[in-house]
Design a protein around this ligand. Structure first.
Ligand code: SAH
Length: 266
């Protein structure tokens, strides 16, 4: 192994008994892990992981490490969030060295923030390690720049699945911003969201895309418009998880995709 790489992998904090590290696993492709994540996994005694985590990533934990599935996946039975945080706290209090592996970036949707808050409240020492977030990487995988000078000065990252006790997001306000909207957890509610954005003034012909299973061999890209994206997504029976992108930046794909190297070029 290259000396600098070895030095990076060997540096950094040690996972102590009773600690929980929240680690971002990225959107799917294991090579999108950070070196911090690789280093953290190598120190795991217990790995508590989401449904979206690639088995090859789990394999980076020591062979003897315990693996606990705590997946949450839209539309399927999954452990309650409270059970997951209680499990993390109990493992830490039992003196285990715990890695909590989360899809994407731990602090972008997906409840990592809540888990960290619960650990802090329980007095459990924790660290959080960044991951590549699905929203931005899904765009990149589809040859859609998140920002283009002259087209946008901001990007809205939003969830299509707000907490049940919270009001519906103000889609009209997002429409008025005129900036690209990148939606997590939005496919099931896409008919409602697209209608609400149009009611808020976003043009029906605004380019829109769904990028499913981004960075994995199952990746699917659907290009449409705001008016037709919900029907097109339903007709295409896209796989999950998926990111929805709405905005003029989506149109850049037409010029970029033909020039991009094929996925599996040697
Ligand atoms: N913390 C994660 C997001 C968790 S919420 C992150 O930073 O990426 C789960 C949502 O992320 C899914 O509903 C989907 O919208 C998105 N997602 C995760 N992995 C994805 C992938 N490989 N391709 C497309 N969307 C993905």
């Amino acid at each position: 192994m290259n000396k600098s790489l070895k030095a990076i992998l060997e540096a950094g904090p040690r996972l102590a008994p009773g600690e929980v590290w929240l680690v971002g696993a990225g959107p799917g492709d294991p090579s999108l892990l950070t070196l911090q994540a690789v280093r953290a996994l190598a120190q795991a005694e217990v790995v508590v992981h989401d449904a979206l985590v690639d088995p090859r990533v789990l394999d980076l934990a020591p062979a003897g490490a315990e693996r606990i599935f705590a997946g949450k996946r839209g539309g399927r039975p999954s452990p309650a969030q409270r059970d997951i945080t209680e499990k993390l706290i109990a493992l830490a209090k039992a003196g285990r060295r715990v890695i909590r592996l989360k899809g994407g970036d731990p602090f972008v949707f997906g409840r990592g923030g809540e888990e960290a808050l619960a650990l802090a409240a329980a007095g459990v020492p924790f660290r959080v390690f960044a991951g590549v977030t699905a929203g931005l990487t899904a765009l990149l995988s589809a040859q859609i720049p998140a920002t283009l000078r002259g087209i946008n000065h901001a990007v809205v990252l939003a969830t299509g699945h707000p907490a049940p006790d919270r009001p519906e997001p103000d889609w009209a306000a997002m429409a008025r911003l005129g900036q690209p909207i990148v939606l997590y957890m939005a496919v099931r509610r896409l008919p409602h969201i697209a209608a609400a954005l149009m009611a808020g003034g976003l043009a029906p012909e605004t380019p829109a895309a769904v990028i499913a299973a981004a960075t994995t061999p199952d990746q699917q890209i659907l290009i449409s418009t705001l008016a037709t994206i919900a029907d097109d997504a339903a007709a295409a029976a896209l796989t999950t998880p998926a990111i929805v992108a709405i905005g003029d930046v989506v149109a850049a794909r037409e010029a970029l995709a033909p020039g991009a190297c094929a996925e599996h070029d040697a």
